[in-house]
Write a protein that binds this ligand. Structure first.
Ligand code: FES
Length: 106
């Protein structure tokens, strides 16, 4: 794996009047920007990557952020939550349980 941590931030946007909400219309871009700032501040550009992504089909629980290699899905993320995810999960390998999306079959 090229990166120690690979962060995907949904920024999908739907057309006006769509029935489902979308992460991009919420705070997806601001979340991505904050992750990139933290990576730069910590000089981790060679080992941690944050990139914008399209829809994970979990829109109603968005904004959605996914961190690999663990495959942890975070739901309802705000820009303020990014600091906690970065500090605990990205820097200390300790995913933030209170923000995780849980799956019924796991
Ligand atoms: S729009 Fe973000 S998960 Fe669907």
């Amino acid at each position: 794996m090229k990166f120690e941590k690979h962060i995907f931030i949904c920024i999908n946007e739907r057309v006006a009047g769509a029935t489902r909400k979308s992460c991009g219309e919420e705070t997806g871009n601001a979340i991505a920007k904050r992750f990139k700032e933290l990576i730069k501040e910590h000089k981790l550009r060679l080992s941690v990557r944050a990139q914008r992504s399209s829809c994970f089909d979990m829109c109603e629980q968005g904004p959605i952020v996914v961190v690999y290699p663990e495959g942890v899905f975070y739901k309802g993320i705000s820009v303020i939550d990014v600091n906690e995810i970065f500090e605990q999960h990205i820097l200390n390998n300790n995913p933030v349980k209170r923000l995780q999306l849980t799956f019924p079959n796991k």
